[in-house]
Design a binder for this molecule. Structure first.
Ligand code: PEP
Length: 251
């Protein structure tokens, strides 16, 4: 198994002064050699963050499907890469909901991230109504099948993030059994798409991960890490999650 991958999504939060938190996370990372850490700050901070951290990955929160052009306000994967990012998050439920991003759009964005030389985190997740209707697994596996980039050899550069929409920013989390069942269903979908390579794609859980629930959620079957929103904004809570998952190695 690969090491747990814990990624903080700062969303539309963070000014230059907030880079102090990234520096503190970066310094702490040395005590957690068994965990892979990354942050996705707002695009305005990628380049500056790149200048002040060494041990953690940096990513964008979205990218356009095109490399360049007349798309006012948008940012391309090539620009993220140029600013110092190594990965892009695509298909976050906030973008699917607020900007009407379809699975096809998410797939095109994922493809453009790969084409620019980035790795990609593809987000999927059901709404509360879909879960209540008993459709969660069907919805999520069909999002996975239609959103992941295609190609024989892309799997090593793809990460999945299962984020139930109703758990994001709410303090509510699914049961460990429900997380494990969904991750197994996602794994089966990845294997149908990528063959044996689908066995190695990391599947992160996201939605109200905090220091006090991280060990349990990340201990569930097929959970390879976490995508963390609110609790990634301070070094104290983000490192609290890391510590819960894999206690520090003191020298
Ligand atoms: C997210 O938006 O990706 C997320 C998981 O947010 P939170 O941790 O705040 O629920």
């Amino acid at each position: 198994m690969s090491s747990p991958y814990i990624v903080g999504n700062w969303k539309m939060n963070g000014l230059r002064s907030t880079l102090a938190e990234a520096r503190a996370i970066d310094r702490a990372a040395a005590r957690y050699p068994k965990v892979e850490l990354a942050l996705a700050p707002p695009a305005t901070l990628i380049s500056r963050m790149h200048d002040v951290v060494n041990a953690i990955g940096i990513g964008g929160q979205d990218c356009h499907v095109e490399d360049s052009g007349a798309f006012t306000g948008d940012i391309s994967a090539a620009m993220l890469k140029d600013a110092g990012a190594q990965f892009a998050i695509v298909g976050h439920s906030e973008r699917r909901a607020a900007y009407g991003e379809s699975d096809a759009t998410v797939r095109a964005k994922a493809q453009s991230a790969l084409d620019a030389g980035l790795t990609v985190i593809v987000c999927v997740g059901e709404t509360e109504a879909q879960r209540d209707a008993g459709d969660a697994e069907k919805v999520v596996t069909s999002q996975v099948a239609a959103s992941i980039p295609q190609g024989e050899d892309v799997a090593p550069r793809v990460t999945l993030a299962y984020e139930p929409v109703w758990a994001i920013g709410t303090g509510r989390v699914p049961s460990v059994d429900d997380v494990a069942a969904m991750h197994r269903a996602i794994r089966a979908t990845l294997e149908s798409a990528y063959g044996a390579a689908g066995k190695t794609v990391r599947i992160l859980y996201g939605g109200s991960v905090k220091p006090d629930n991280a060990a349990e959620l990340l201990g569930a079957d097929e959970v390879g890490g976490a995508l963390v929103g609110g609790a990634s904004l301070t070094a104290e809570s983000f490192i609290g999650i890391v510590e819960a998952v894999s206690p520090a190695q003191e020298d």
